[in-house]
Design a protein around this ligand. Sequence first.
Ligand code: 4LM
Length: 423
Amino acid sequence: MSSTAYENVGGVREHGGSSSSELASDRTPHQKKRGFATRAIHSGQDKSDPYGALNSPIYMTSTFEFDTAEQGGARFAGEEGGYIYTRLGNPTLNELEQNLAGLEGAEACLTVASGMGAITSVFWTFVAPGDEILVDETLYGCTFVYFRHGLDRFGIKVRHVDMRNPENIAREISDKTKIIYFETPANPNMRLVDIKAIADIAHNVGIKVVVDNTYATPYLQNPIALGADIVVHSATKYLGGHGDLMAGVILSSAEDMEQIRYVGLKDMTGAVLSPMNAFLITRGLKTLELRMERHCDNAEKIAELLEASPKVEKVFFPGLPSFEQYELAKTQMRRFGGMIAFELTGGHDAGLKFLNSLEMCKIAVSLGDAETLVEHPASMTHSTYEPEERARFGITEGLVRISAGLENADDILADIEQALAGV
Ligand code: 4LM
């Protein structure tokens, strides 16, 4: 197979990912759009199983047998539908992709091996030496490094912009700018970006807007409806939801996805998702709405407790009226999510003492799991920034990050209270 002729592997297109944001099963017989949980449970399922299995079989196969040599050739030439090889498409991945496309309101979806696999597959598809990209100042630490020390080495100019103010973007755009990239809420300091305002600016000049929607999930925020071109997720987090897998998701137009699948994934990163992990995410999605409601409830209670504590200097949570971008949070998000960041009055040392005093909550990176996870970004997820970059980009040395879990709120609050008392 040619390494670049993605148009020649169209044989998988019929099955290789969704191409419509709405499936027939997304509507009732009376054409009313079904609710989020209903769609997350039912959508995308392939009904062709001969035994009527409630859960589809997991296609743990790397390759697919052709009836004849001619059939194999026809699939590679794009003259016949059907699967070829799991890096190009797989029925278990396809079911999940159909479901996620509907939940995010995207034409097409591609699942990959990790969140970093999703981000890098998008960029390796669309950028070339000499291009410029505008990225936010606050990003997950490995995303930051990929831009700063990864893409930069290949002649792509990366400019960091404080995207809380969309006017900053307008000032930085040049005729070389190809992509604007940001997270909202941003990891770890919870800064928000006005998706619609940025998309309006970008589309006037033909630049793609890529949004990392990991923190919010499609349950709380739909960037494509607000004008984003491409959405990425670390499905390792809320979508999987149980801390037992690594995965990533990309959502876009069918036209962009054709290139992301057959150039970015097939030839550039090869970051293929295991069918077993696709199955686990499909299982996770059945409870996404329930889980997100509980994550949001618990996070609101934690944020209120922290804000009332004299040991706490500042709390960063979009659902607090004291949050700088509270008004934007209310219009852009359905609820405020499960992530909280805060600073103790005692700074860095008090932060580490707080972590070491926890009895039930786990000291761990990652987020979106059933367990409440607490970490120190400056020495863990964001140790990839230089100290002066953290200082410049608003990631303070004393910041503590909490991913509110699904435990009973009283137990989480009691653990946080006793840990604060020890600081
Ligand atoms: C963490 N985050 O923060 P994979 N996008 C966002 C993320 O938070 C992450 C990724 C992408 C953390 C991991 C240790 C907003 C990851 C990257 O880890 O490659 O699935 O996703 O604790």
